[in-house]
Design a protein around this ligand. Sequence first.
Ligand code: HEM
Length: 486
Amino acid sequence: SLLVFFVVFILTADYVKNKRPVNFPPGPRMFPIVGNIFSVDRKKMHESITELAQTYGDVYSLRIGQRWMVVINGFEVLKEALITQGDSFADRPDLPLQRMNKGSSVSFSNGNLWKQQRRFTLSTLKYFGFGKRSLEPVILEEFTHITKVIRGYKGKPFNPHIFLNNIVSNIICLLVFGHRFEYDDEKFKKITKLFEKGLQLEGSIWTQLYDSFPKLMRCLPGPHQTALNIWKNSKNFIHTKVEDHKQNLDPSDPRDYIDCYLNEIQMVTTKGQADSTFDEDNLVACVLDLFVPGTETTATTLRWAFLYMAKYPEIQEKVQAEIDLVIGLSRQPSMEDRVNMPYTDAVIHEIMRMANIVPLNLPHATSREVQLRGYTIPKGMTVITNLTSVLFDKNEWETPHTFNPGHFLNEEGKFVKRAAFIPFSAGKRVCLGENLARMELFLFFTSFMQHYTFAMPAGVKPVLDYSFGLILPPLDYEICAIPRQK
Ligand code: HEM
């Protein structure tokens, strides 16, 4: 009878704690304790979340474990939430795994802290990325390093995964630490691995369990402990870099992001600014924030790009023909070429649309009670803005599930912008690295296409399948990069 009492007690407590809020969007039937954990297929979560909208409407609810969430689907409603009512949807939910970390970054903070860190990081990226110290030559130089490695394969199959991570990481290293690493540098190998692993674990079931039962999970072994350790090791590495920077900082001539941040700390301390959020713990968190979302995303997009080119050789040929015409073979590409290369630009956009690498966006939360499509969403509610449902919205794209650069071209072959192209999200939280990512994608992709033709090894068909996580990478593959010039 004690057992019966216990079960009844747990179920009642669960019912009371997780009562559906008033006028809340509808959702699938739930089980006690675990909620809707069985309503979604974990291996293709974004696809099942998109499908559920057909039954429950564009705005519906789920409870994953102990966390209620509202899911928003389709371009029109997402636009209303992220842009028209942008202020109300600009927060991030409180995630225990993030709370465990000392120091706050841009991507998981709210309020004044988020505003100050985001403004500072954006203006520093602008200064180094596009202003006086443009990253364009840095990206082009990085290509000259990687192309030596790739040429070494002489058109034989290789797995491009690590090489793409390396080149993209090196751009962030330059921005943040002021220097690039050689690819075989032991420290570099270690940190790139750490950052990659950390992100893989971020979307896993373990971190979700941790999210629902933090106190319990903290005592239990499992991969979430590895995640916590990875963050700790990465942070230690960055701390040593910050210490090095302090030794030879010249405030009048900041070399990189860390110098700028140290200057900012100095400035707010001198001014005695009481509400300042600039300190060394936040500096380390912000540096991580540039590495983790800044590396895997761009590198993963390039991994998809190679696969799509191998899958559609006729499209690859058209890209190469445009490159030969506009740039030729004797000089490197530049950002100024982009306006004259509508086809290549359209192909890059279509790769990003189809690759859909952040399928469910980063989670948002409401900063106040909001009305959306007749429903009431309470303050502090987790909100999933489903980017998959927009990038494949049948009301927005002519052939949503087919690779078709024509989505971004008009009848005269000119490039056209599409409002529903939002792989970087939209509104207040729009990706902070969008301009940098676009520059890297254009320069790296065009350079690769200028020098190589990508094809699958003999007898192998390209597999356009993914492994689900916070971001969607293709399954690991081998490819041949056949040199176009001797
Ligand atoms: C946020 C996509 C590259 C830094 C985001 C978000 C998406 C995204 C979907 C979430 C937006 C939201 O919550 O509404 C991408 C894609 C990339 C890319 C598709 C490349 C192809 C980068 C790069 C950097 C970066 C290169 C850094 C240099 C960030 C940061 C945030 C963010 C810091 C958090 C912004 C905030 O919370 O205010 N990105 N990203 N991303 N991204 Fe990117």
